[in-house]
Write a protein that binds this ligand. Structure first.
Ligand SMILES: C[S@@+](CC[C@H](N)C(=O)[O-])C[C@H]1O[C@@H](n2cnc3c(N)ncnc32)[C@H](O)[C@@H]1O
Length: 246
């Protein structure tokens, strides 16, 4: 894949400021921004976007979007596992007014207390960041396959409550993060997940799903907008309506 929307950049400041949940690897920053840029091509130009990460974990993906992508009105994070959601709240609070300044001050206090220059360097890096968006955000535990829980988490999302415009999900994979709840034996758990996610969306919403391996399977007959491969990851961009019909 050629990067069209995310120039190569040094993201050390983000690495310094984002908290990650142990054992839950996050999407690379550049790939996150690129996928959002590709999805945006399929959405109305200049409309403020509501983004939903239905596998939000520690909220790194959503926070990266808020820090680096302009025009985001609201970020909604849900995850079947409530464990990492406090970290997600901590990361997303960086987008609140004064959030980055407060984190830089915390890092400076740690540098002084532990006499660790690495904290001071991180604080300096954090002070260079200016969030590209100032979205409202919320984080709620919800299994994406639990329609009632998802609808309640998404209540009021989007302009006039029309729901998310864009879904960006780094799917659970392999040894380190796994699907919550046993999947239907006859169906790929990712396909089951995408079908469930689509039931909460307008047909014109765009879903971006990232997996490991050669491809991200879609429900039978669903035509993607675009497929991309990056290293050991594959991603698919697809309209919610295609998932609903597939
Ligand atoms: C690869 S991690 C996502 C990391 C996240 N994007 C971040 O920024 O930290 C996959 C996540 O999917 C969650 N998950 C697994 N099954 C799920 C389900 N049925 N519904 C919602 N989330 C699920 C896991 O708990 C895990 O946090």
């Amino acid at each position: 894949m050629q990067y069209r929307h995310a120039p190569a950049a040094n993201h050390a400041a983000l690495d310094a400021v984002l908290a990650s949940a142990p054992g839950r690897p996050t999407l690379p920053v550049r790939l996150t921004v690129e996928l959002a840029g590709r999805a945006r091509v399929h959405l109305p130009a200049d409309a403020p976007l509501t983004v939903w990460d239905p596998c939000c974990g520690a909220g790194a993906t959503l926070t990266v979007l808020g820090l680096l992508v302009p025009g985001l009105a609201r970020l909604v994070g849900t995850d079947a596992d409530p464990g990492p959601l406090d970290l997600a709240r901590r990361n997303l609070a960086l987008l609140d007014p004064g959030g980055l300044t407060a984190r830089a001050a915390d890092l400076e206090a740690l540098a002084a207390r532990h006499d660790k220059p690495s904290y001071a360097e991180a604080a300096t890096a954090v002070r260079t960041l200016v969030p590209a968006s100032a979205p409202a955000w919320s984080v709620t535990p919800a299994d994406a396959r639990d329609t009632a829980a998802v609808r309640s988490a998404l209540a009021g999302a989007g302009p006039y409550g029309t729901g998310p415009d864009l879904v960006l999900a780094d799917l659970p994979h392999g040894r380190r993060t796994t699907w919550a709840a046993a999947a239907d034996d006859d169906e790929d758990p990712g396909v089951e997940f995408l079908r469930a996610v689509a039931t909460a969306l307008r047909p014109d919403a765009v879903v971006v799903a990232v997996g490991r391996g050669r491809t991200v399977p879609l429900p039978g007959g669903a035509r993607p907008l675009e497929r991309v491969r990056v290293g050991h990851r594959a991603a698919v961009l697809v309209r919610a309506g295609a998932l609903q019909e597939g």
